[in-house]
Write a new protein. Structure first.
Ligand code: THU
Length: 161
């Protein structure tokens, strides 16, 4: 038996003002996207913005439903919209932020496993890394250079062959 370790890397910015202009702007687009959230059940709004290679910005937010499992996270709303409409225009970066009136969010919200798996597949499909910015409006921003940083044991279609 050997013990093995995997290290993941991400950048920790103490404030949005430390980011480059494009990344800062994308975080602010994610804040705008919060307005579209349909989250009457959790009261937890999540906003997501994608910057495409063409410069186009896509906005998305979490969409809940009274039949709870029918809802979808902001990240997957964004990614499936991209997949359906813009997949010839690679995603360069994705910013995610969240807000609730119920308690202060003091750390960035990290994407769920299902969203990471979908990000991983589209990253592989487009053949370019997707940078991820997790933006806490009251604090830090965590930036990863690709999905592998958050999902080192991702499942790829080549495992089915
Ligand atoms: N949610 C997201 O939109 N993204 C995540 O990465 C985690 C959770 C949503 C799902 C649900 O509408 C609400 O946040 C509470 O879980």
């Amino acid at each position: 038996m050997t013990n093995k370790e995997i290290k993941i890397a991400f950048e920790d910015y103490t404030s949005i003002d430390e980011l480059n202009n494009d990344d800062k702007a994308l975080c602010l687009e994610a804040v705008k996207a919060l307005d579209g959230s349909h989250s009457p059940y959790s009261k937890f709004r999540v906003g997501c913005a994608l910057r495409l290679q063409s410069g186009k910005i896509l906005h998305a937010s979490n969409q809940e439903n009274v039949a709870y499992p029918s809802g979808l996270c902001a990240e997957r709303v964004a990614l499936f919209h991209w997949g359906a409409n813009h997949s010839d225009d690679p995603i360069l970066s994705m910013a995610v932020t969240a807000h609730t009136d119920n308690f202060p969010l003091l750390k960035p919200v990290t994407s769920c496993g299902g969203c990471l798996q979908v990000m991983a597949e589209f990253e592989q499909k487009q053949g370019k890394p997707i940078e991820v910015l997790l933006y806490c409006q009251k604090g830090e921003v965590w930036k990863a250079k690709g999905i592998q940083s958050f999902l080192p044991f991702m499942f790829f279609e080549n495992r089915l062959q």
